[in-house]
Design a protein around this ligand. Sequence first.
Ligand SMILES: Cc1cc2nc3c(=O)[nH]c(=O)nc-3n(C[C@H](O)[C@H](O)[C@H](O)COP(=O)(O)OP(=O)(O)OC[C@H]3O[C@@H](n4cnc5c(N)ncnc54)[C@H](O)[C@@H]3O)c2cc1C
Length: 399
Amino acid sequence: MSHTTASLEVFREEIRAFLAAELPARLREKTRQFLPLERQDYVSLHRLLDTRGWAAPGWPREYGGPGWSAEQRLVFEEELGAAGAPRLYPHVNMIGPVLQKFGTPDQKARFLPPMPRLDEIWCQGYSEPGAGSDLASLSTRCERRDEHYVVTGQKIWTSYAHWADWMFCLVRTRAGGKPQEGISFLLIDMRSPGVRVRRIPTINGASDLNEVFLDEVRVPLDGLVHKENEGWTVAKYLLGFERTGGSSIATCRLLLERLLSITASGPAGGTQLMENDVLRARIARAAVRLRVQEQALACVLAGDVAPELHGIEISALKLHGSELVQELSTLLMHCAGPAGMLCLPDAGEHGDGAGDAGLELESPELRALGANYLDWRKTTIYGGTTEVQKNLIARALLG
Ligand SMILES: Cc1cc2nc3c(=O)[nH]c(=O)nc-3n(C[C@H](O)[C@H](O)[C@H](O)COP(=O)(O)OP(=O)(O)OC[C@H]3O[C@@H](n4cnc5c(N)ncnc54)[C@H](O)[C@@H]3O)c2cc1C
């Protein structure tokens, strides 16, 4: 559906007014400061948006979504970012579309309705200690015994597993042959006997990552999505949704806004940072790259992609977005001066930590900056590493 500029502006105004009136200040503040979000933060956001039917913006009406066009989704994302809302919980737009396409009628009826409100939280069990970029080599074993699949193995880097009620999980149901052809896609209840979750501490001190140990976990046969040994098709379909989320536009906008605010106040010893030609050029280049990324996402969402780029547009978005986050956060660290060197993982929740270091932060804008700089190293790893995206792009373009 295409919209007139005027109708899109009415749409934008409706979202802007709602968020201005209803988005809790605490959520706004956490997002602006890039502070870690709790499970309850995501739940509050989704429940708030659900009051208007907006909690799963990519879903069609048939499954309880708003059925928005690409243009409307873009406007919605822009307004969420501008209002200081955190990003939506990512798995809604991963397992949601997968079940809509591959789920049985029972799976759709059971799992889709509670998903937008986050009545149930999901996690993604793909990576294993011996299978990351080379995901098809995964070895978590799954055998069919009577009315159950029995799963034994280990997953790693599982974001939010410590909160999760359910995990969508790749398991090996057939050994030998082409590795991709022996994988199945299962839905595992995280309260099942034999599931154990262990947190992984990370460099920023506020980890969402976990190991998940699966020891003879029994999964009813109706937990299989699509067909046995054909889970690779499902896994790849889901990854497309994961990487569109990797365009990182809202994060880049916030980082750029923060950067411009710091350079305007000149915290590094009072010098006017914007008088530095090299720095000014780098910031300008980053701002232009952000505009390019916004345009590219609009084209991808609208399906307006040149035929020779089909299949790699998502990789290009992910690659560019993740590198831009790192460039902007690096620029922020440069501009912040010595205060940027502080690692403040729990800033805002239990004080800003600067007192302990005997330093005074010159600006509240700088709180948690160091922890975030470290945290953003992850963007070029998750959802497929930079090297892997470049391989995919090179293979498609160069043959
Ligand atoms: C913050 C974060 C959250 C994550 N959340 C989840 C999650 O919820 N669920 C989940 O299943 N996984 C998750 N992951 C795991 C993520 O998908 C993997 O880390 C990623 O796929 C890379 O795999 P790996 O860590 O095993 O690295 P490896 O695959 O071992 O790669 C190591 C290095 O080798 C390079 N490399 C590998 N293969 C090639 C190649 N063919 N050509 C060139 N270079 C190559 C890589 O680019 C990388 O630099 C998360 C990761 C992070 C950092």
